[in-house]
Write a protein that binds this ligand. Sequence first.
Ligand SMILES: Cc1cc2nc3c(=O)[nH]c(=O)nc-3n(C[C@H](O)[C@H](O)[C@H](O)COP(=O)(O)OP(=O)(O)OC[C@H]3O[C@@H](n4cnc5c(N)ncnc54)[C@H](O)[C@@H]3O)c2cc1C
Length: 463
Amino acid sequence: MPLLAAAARPATCAPACVTHKHASSTAAPASGPFWSRRAFFAGVPAAAAAVKQRRAAHLRLHAVASLNGANGTGNGVHGANSNGNGVVDKREHIHTHVVIVGGGPAAHTAAIYLARAELEPLLFEGWMANGLAPGGQLTTTTYVENFPGFPDPILGADLCDRFRQQSVRYGTKVFTETVNKLHLQGGPPFMLETDDKVVTCDAVVIATGAAARKLPIKGLKEYWNNGISACAVCDGSSPLFRNREVAVIGGGDVAMEEALFLARYASKVWIVHRFGYLEASKVMARRAATHPKIEFLWEHECLEALGGEDGALSGIRLRSNRTDEESVLPVNALFFAIGHAPATRFLDGQLELDSHGYILTQPDSTATSVPGVFAAGDVQDPIWRQAITSAGAGCMAGLEVERWLQNLAHDLDGPAGSAGAPPDARQLNAAWVAEQRLARVLRRSGEYDGEPFEMGSVGSMSC
Ligand SMILES: Cc1cc2nc3c(=O)[nH]c(=O)nc-3n(C[C@H](O)[C@H](O)[C@H](O)COP(=O)(O)OP(=O)(O)OC[C@H]3O[C@@H](n4cnc5c(N)ncnc54)[C@H](O)[C@@H]3O)c2cc1C
């Protein structure tokens, strides 16, 4: 699939550039289904100006990338060089179709789909980014028992290794580097920077995950995974905690939900909260308050995790915020339910986030507020936060990127059609999501074969 018409290829382009290698293969159709499809979306007129703008941006950024490193080294990897202003940027310069940022289940699932689609994804798995090792949150747990395909428990770190092996096996190039900066506005192409590389690409998948917030209590390190956890759904049903007393720290909806889940297995659940009131919704608060196995410890702070002779957690030391009195609560498990920190700070406000910092995506999609940029996994999911849901979202992102690149090829290679105001990112995104939905409807009815389609051919079907 051509990504850029051969005629539009900049003279400075290195021959090894992935994008332009593809560009020379086939000529774009003089008029294509893309245009009639776009016209279908009344709010999104076929926007010649937008296409021109994007093509210009593509050439401009591409020229910069080429100038910065004109000596191609294969697979779209360019060497480092001077940028012409006497400033030497020693970083390696690369141009490719798609970059995935993150190293957990979401990132690797997206990579597996994209690598199998021969889109040569580059994946930056980070180096202790957001406080996590490559592999993501699962590297911080012991056994995972709820990931399908593994009838026996598998160590979280081993599962992460398998994700990585599979994406590398199909052609993903993995770099153990943290993406420090992204330049998304005006793209595609987009630009990403690490300490060692500058990468331009036509699509980005953000799968940087989140990190559970932990209280910096004494003994945290010793008893983490040995009684202390931040995921009741993951660890609550462990035989170690069944019919034992456990504690949950927090006062929001998540804390209530975790307590209610734990109450199925534990003999008693203590909700320890530093205030005398809850931040949870009334309905959740009522459910927890009326549960016979749940009891509240108001206005108490947790100071320390205490261990028994077997090296596992046996209790927590608390302090009353009212009286300053200290006490020990004998529990076998402690669950933090004080929120998660999604790894979105490096985005620098370029994508729309919710009030807690999670990336906002379109319903039923991983499309973000910037067309061509997709988000998958815990970084955009404040609700489910599981390895399997992250992998599912990664799969969606991979498939959506494929479609996006296919459409972009039409966009860049197609004719500069009828005039119209350039649609903004949101419109383009909404149109694109609607298009995905229509494809799904058609696929279900057996009318869609995976090729770009003529909207005229489906009559008045609404999507
Ligand atoms: C203790 C614990 C136990 C759990 N147990 C289970 C379980 O048993 N079953 C289950 O289904 N789920 C479990 N979960 C939840 C599960 O781990 C997550 O839902 C899942 O890992 C999320 O995957 P992800 O790909 O979205 O992101 P993550 O796993 O969070 O991975 C994101 C990765 O991206 C990297 N990154 C961040 N910023 C950058 C950057 N700027 N550049 C490059 N890389 C970056 C991070 O370093 C990290 O490695 C558990 C979670 C915890 C904390």
